[in-house]
Design a protein around this ligand. Structure first.
Ligand SMILES: [Zn+2]
Length: 189
């Protein structure tokens, strides 16, 4: 989108690029974003926000929300991770989450839950006061969790047609309707 384009709303006027200071409010707490780009139609006077302004203000606004809600901001999360000298993958592992999820918190695209926020604060506290506890957490061996996760019965069972249907919906059994070689997979959950 640029100045001079036709207004898509009235289809009569043309858009004029304007750089403004826009103020946003969250729970009554205000924040001003400078260099906020909008386009104003010289005919119907409607205003459209430039996509690049929406994109660049997103992180700032998310952090504003976090601050108001008493949560760590994205840069505070990054600061703690760097202080603990952990890569994103390592820090995500300490929190028991995927690196993809953690990166979204650090980039400011997604706001962490209160529970994750407390975990991050706790890791920070452990680092300062109980470094051994942090080492203990780091050394915990973890099995990758299968998706969908299944619990396998040790006995041999013939599954009923309904069970087959049920199992099939979650995880197809290896030997459908027959005795398994050693055991039949039984889906739980
Ligand atoms: Zn217009």
């Amino acid at each position: 989108m640029r100045g001079g384009s036709k207004c898509t709303l009235c289809k009569k006027g043309s858009l004029k690029r304007k750089v403004i200071d826009e103020t946003f409010s969250y729970k009554g707490k205000k924040i001003t974003i400078h260099n906020f780009v909008i386009f104003e139609c010289d005919y119907c006077e409607d205003e459209i926000v430039a996509p690049e302004s929406l994109k660049s203000s997103r992180k700032v606004l998310k952090d504003h929300q976090r601050r108001v809600d008493g949560l760590l901001t994205s840069s505070e999360i990054k600061g703690i991770r760097e202080k603990l000298d952990r890569k994103q993958e390592e820090f995500a592992k300490l929190l028991g989450m995927s690196v993809k999820t953690f990166t979204r918190y650090e980039n400011g695209y997604v706001t962490q839950s209160r529970s994750v926020d407390k975990q991050i604060r706790l890791l920070n506290y452990l680092f300062d006061n109980y470094p051994h506890a942090l080492e203990f957490l780091t050394q915990q061996k973890e099995e990758k969790i299968e998706k969908p996760s299944v619990v396998v019965a040790m006995g041999k069972y013939k599954t009923s047609p309904e069970q087959n249907y049920k199992i099939d919906a979650v995880n197809p059994p290896i030997h459908q309707g027959e005795y398994g070689e050693k055991w039949q997979k039984v889906a739980v959950g």
